[in-house]
Design a protein around this ligand. Structure first.
Ligand code: DLL
Length: 433
């Protein structure tokens, strides 16, 4: 039988959800108008006042907020509460420019924990479970986010944070961890290390994994599920909107339910800003309905996905988002063709390669080059050059039919590509240097 953390709202009717959203939106707009001068100016520039916003049907009248706004107002410009009422800061892992700083009141932390608790319960978690949180703790939201939810559910929480792979596996085994939370690339690394230690699914008590923070493919899911003997659930979120738990997967594993009592989702055309009808692929935009300290309205995530309002077998009524296939700014344009790293990953995994690869983009004589370094599994590893060439050619053909352009493929020895304990860095674009 399906279990829920907050059944009433998780299974509410569309009418109930929308009337709650309308009520909260009106209140939130008033909050930013009164308390965030930066917002008031943006609304005035667009000629909108709180009187124009009567419910979710008026959402489109509000201005978008983008990463550029966050940079411009860094660090305190979008604060909705006095600093003395804030109790926590988290920050994005961005490597360029100023980091995004997100602020939380105690109320914000509490609602955030509800969101991740829903994800843990959807993955089968109860107060009988032992939940190992191997996302990084610190400024990154992964560790603190899942930790909060795990406590709310009443799981025995092991806050290992990321790193020290052998110790992670020892804790799973010795402390009977039943739920593992980490990035999918770290889960794959743990699975690989288990194999090296001659451990199979029956040697560990895990039953579920809650993996997110980066794009991962269905074939990677199947690999991790098989090696660890678990069911692997996706979880999505971003620092700007609190962190993990904006949406989460249920037993159906066909998209992530967005916590619509806290966030309104829209899909827009990234070029024109036009709101697209349900089912269209486009950029995901979120409005946070009840965050106090860092209230973002119509925030452009740059994540590309679709929304589905179809009935879900789990009984939850919240809209589902598809796995984002990467951020619009992750998209590479190579010889004029749009290439998502996730497309390359799909080809590799479908042909039996592990998710250990690196994409190197360069430019020679004004033409873009695409090099893909792919690790062989120990079983594939050979010094027979003919065999290696044949394998490389099969990958070049597979990539050509997926992407429409030719890539150079180099097979490399097992374990030669550096492993990630957090989000994997898969692309090196030398054109920008
Ligand atoms: O990655 C929050 C998080 C932590 C989510 C732990 C899930 C688990 P940021 O570092 O701010 O926050 O990065 C947010 O990561 O806009 C997406 O592009 C990407 N992302 C997050 N979850 C997923 C996912 C955290 N499940 C950015 N699938 C987002 C694909 C994801 N991409």
């Amino acid at each position: 039988m399906e279990r829920y953390f907050q059944k009433e709202i998780e299974t509410a009717s569309r009418d109930e959800i929308e009337s709650l959203q309308s009520r909260l939106l009106v209140k939130q707009v008033q909050h930013v108008w009164n308390d965030v001068p930066y917002y008031r100016r943006k609304m005035e520039d667009k000629g909108v006042t709180p009187d124009d916003i009567k419910g979710i049907e008026d959402l489109h009248k509000l201005p978008f907020v983008s990463k550029a706004d966050l940079r411009e107002s860094y660090p305190y410009g979008l604060l909705g509460k006095p600093l003395k009422d804030c109790v926590r800061i988290h920050s994005t892992s961005g490597t360029t420019g100023k980091r995004v700083m997100a602020f939380y009141t105690q109320h914000d932390l509490d609602l955030w924990s509800d969101c991740t608790a829903r994800a843990i319960v959807a993955a089968g978690g109860t107060d009988e479970d032992v939940c190992q949180v191997s996302y990084g703790y610190g400024l990154f939201t992964g560790g603190a986010g899942l930790d909060g939810g795990s406590h709310k559910v009443g799981c025995l929480t092991i806050p290992t944070s990321s790193g020290n792979t052998q110790r992670q596996i020892m804790f799973i085994k010795d402390l009977n961890a039943t739920i593992l939370c980490c990035t999918p690339s770290y889960a794959a690394y743990l699975a690989e290390s288990m194999k090296e230690m001659d451990m199979g699914p029956d040697d560990i008590p895990l039953k579920a994994g809650i993996f997110g923070a980066e794009a991962w493919s269905e074939s990677m899911r199947r690999d991790i599920e098989k090696t660890m003997g678990i069911k692997a659930y996706d979880i999505y979120g971003l620092t700007e909107l609190s962190g993990p738990g904006v949406s989460f997967e249920c037993s159906a594993q066909t998209g992530m339910h967005i916590n619509e009592d806290h966030f309104i989702a829209e899909i827009i055309d990234p070029d024109t800003g036009e709101v697209l009808p349900a089912g269209s692929e486009g950029e995901l935009v979120f409005t946070s309905l009840d965050k106090e300290a860092f209230p973002l309205l119509r925030y452009r995530t740059r994540d590309i996905c679709t929304l589905s309002y179809e009935k879900c077998s789990c009984g939850r009524t919240f809209v589902k988002m598809s796995k984002p296939r990467g951020r619009s700014d992750d998209m590479l344009i190579i010889r004029g063709v749009n290439v998502f790293p996730s497309q390359i990953e799909t080809v590799l995994l479908n042909k039996g390669y592990p998710a250990n690869y690196q994409i190197i983009v360069g430019r020679e004589n004004s033409t873009d080059t695409l090099d893909v370094h792919v690790e062989m599994t120990p079983e594939m590893f050979t010094d027979n050059l003919g065999e290696i060439e044949e394998r490389q050619k099969a990958l070049v053909d597979g990539l050509k039919s997926m992407l429409g352009i030719k890539a150079k493929v180099t097979l490399v020895a097992p374990k030669s590509i550096v492993r990630s304990e957090g989000k994997a860095v898969r692309v090196i674009d030398n054109r920008k240097i």
